[in-house]
Design a protein around this ligand. Structure first.
Ligand code: AMP
Ligand code: GLY
Length: 431
């Protein structure tokens, strides 16, 4: 069969890498892809948000399965459009993707179904929002309702900061349309985990758990990014927590969505805070996480393609995913300046030696190929992803591989998987 992957980051490279290993797949296309993806898939110069052009391409090339990576085409309704045209696509429809597209909608669903989450209120009027601050004990969290490229969440340590965040959103409109509403919520403490599942609206196949590192610098300092690294599994997700996530979050969520007539089919990402009281939902994403996808997919033993097909065809009750027991670590190498502005077009050295790397895969995110050489073309550039007999070995393999890679301004965190390493050494992870 012919498969089209939509997107061009590290997540999509991991998906292309895995899908191309399926015996059922003859050819993989990727729109728009990146320098590294171009080694395995035929690149198609269509942006993920050009959903009409993607549908035309899929029809013309007789694509058997389209797999969507990023959220934007999903919230624009790419799944609805493909369905209307009789084209098979993996990803939730527009209504279901609102779980990510609108934080106010997600919180409403959580509350309606009594799913554990931070207490909250939603406002479109800044005076009312500020008044609500009197009812909260700081710190609190102010969130722009819509998609804001990971920048719309502001953790406020005192009331002045919260008032400023509310004004930024509702009055100064720094997040544009995404900030027409704000969600103000209680600050939760604990350890974060990412829990992704495949769901057909009724049944759930959990993927291996993982943990992301959102801040740009070591020790969780500096601004939030799309993610500077990930590892899998997340030891904080014990078998007991795993069971509770399924019974306290996913089961009531899917039942609640079904009652509203919403059938969620695709990858669903639950961002959680594991608190002393148990797991609480921070956010939903209507897609695989990036870089969690890289850390999880490298551990997947099963063929991914039948799992994606079973999701679309609502046959997940009989499906199961098999995992390699070895943990994985993905370290993101980023451009100087990211998540702020950064330069592009820097030549990347040292990738040839890692072509046949036995311990892992270098997934490309922001790279392009120019005259046979790789150059940087984005903020997150590479995701060096390794497996090991334990976390210590996986971390050592990843950082050893990184020693051979360079470009002008390359940046990475040196403490990816720190909490898992602390636990492996027998200690309690430092906050
Ligand atoms: P979100 O996009 O909603 O997941 O928020 C991005 C990040 O902000 C999360 O990964 C957390 O690190 C942090 N965050 C969001 N909401 C809360 C909360 N209620 N309490 C503590 N941290 C939060
Ligand atoms: N790494 C978090 C996300 O994909 O949103």
């Amino acid at each position: 069969m012919k498969v089209l992957v939509v997107g061009g980051g590290g997540r999509e490279h991991a998906l292309v890498w895995k899908i191309s290993q399926s015996p059922r797949v003859e050819k993989v296309y990727c729109a728009p892809g990146n320098g590294g993806i171009g080694e395995t898939a035929e690149l198609v110069p269509i942006a993920p948000e050009e959903i009409e052009r993607l549908a035309e391409f899929a029809a013309k090339e007789k694509i058997d399965l389209t797999v969507v990576g990023p959220e934007l085409p999903l919230t624009l309704g790419i799944a609805d459009l493909f369905r209307e045209r009789g084209l098979r696509l993996f990803g939730p429809d527009r209504e279901a993707a609102r779980l990510e597209g609108s934080k106010a909608f997600a919180k409403e669903i959580l509350k309606e179904n009594r799913i554990p989450t931070a207490s909250f209120a939603t406002f479109s009027d800044s005076a009312a929002a500020k008044k609500f601050l009197h009812e909260l004990k700081p710190p609190c969290v102010v969130k722009a309702d819509g998609l804001a490229a990971g920048k719309g969440v502001i953790i406020c340590t005192n009331r002045e900061e919260a008032e400023r965040a509310i004004e930024d959103c509702l009055v100064r409109k720094v997040f544009g349309d995404a900030g027409q509403k704000v969600v103000i919520e209680e600050f939760l403490s604990g350890e974060e985990a990412s829990f992704m599942v495949l769901t057909d609206g009724e049944n759930v196949v959990p993927l291996a758990s993982s943990q992301d590192h959102k801040r740009v610098y070591d020790g969780d300092q500096g601004p939030n990014t799309g993610g500077m690294g990930a590892y899998s599994p997340a030891p904080v997700v014990t078998p007991e927590i795993h069971r509770r996530i399924l019974s306290e979050v996913l089961e009531p969520l899917l039942r609640g969505l079904a009652r509203r007539g919403v059938c969620y089919r695709g990858a669903l990402y639950v961002g959680l805070m594991i608190t002393e009281e148990g797991p609480k939902v921070l956010e939903f994403n209507a897609r695989f996480g990036d870089p969690e996808c890289q850390a999880v997919v490298i551990r997947l033993k099963s063929d991914l393609v039948p799992l994606l097909e079973a999701t679309i065809e609502r046959r997940l009750s009989r499906a199961e995913a098999e995992w390699r027991p070895e943990p994985s670590v993905c370290v993101v190498l980023s451009a100087q300046g990211y998540p702020g502005s950064y330069e592009k077009g820097k030549e990347i050295y040292g990738l040839e030696r890692l072509r046949d790397w036995e311990k892992g895969v270098v997934f490309h995110a922001g790279t392009a190929k120019k005259a046979g050489r790789y150059v940087t073309s984005g903020g997150r550039v590479l995701g060096v992803t390794a497996l090991g007999g334990n976390f210590h070995q996986a971390v050592r393999e990843a950082y050893r591989a990184i020693e051979g890679i360079s470009w002008e301004g390359m940046h990475y965190r040196s403490d990816i998987a720190r909490r898992a390493l602390d636990r492996e050494r027998g200690g309690r992870p430092k906050a």
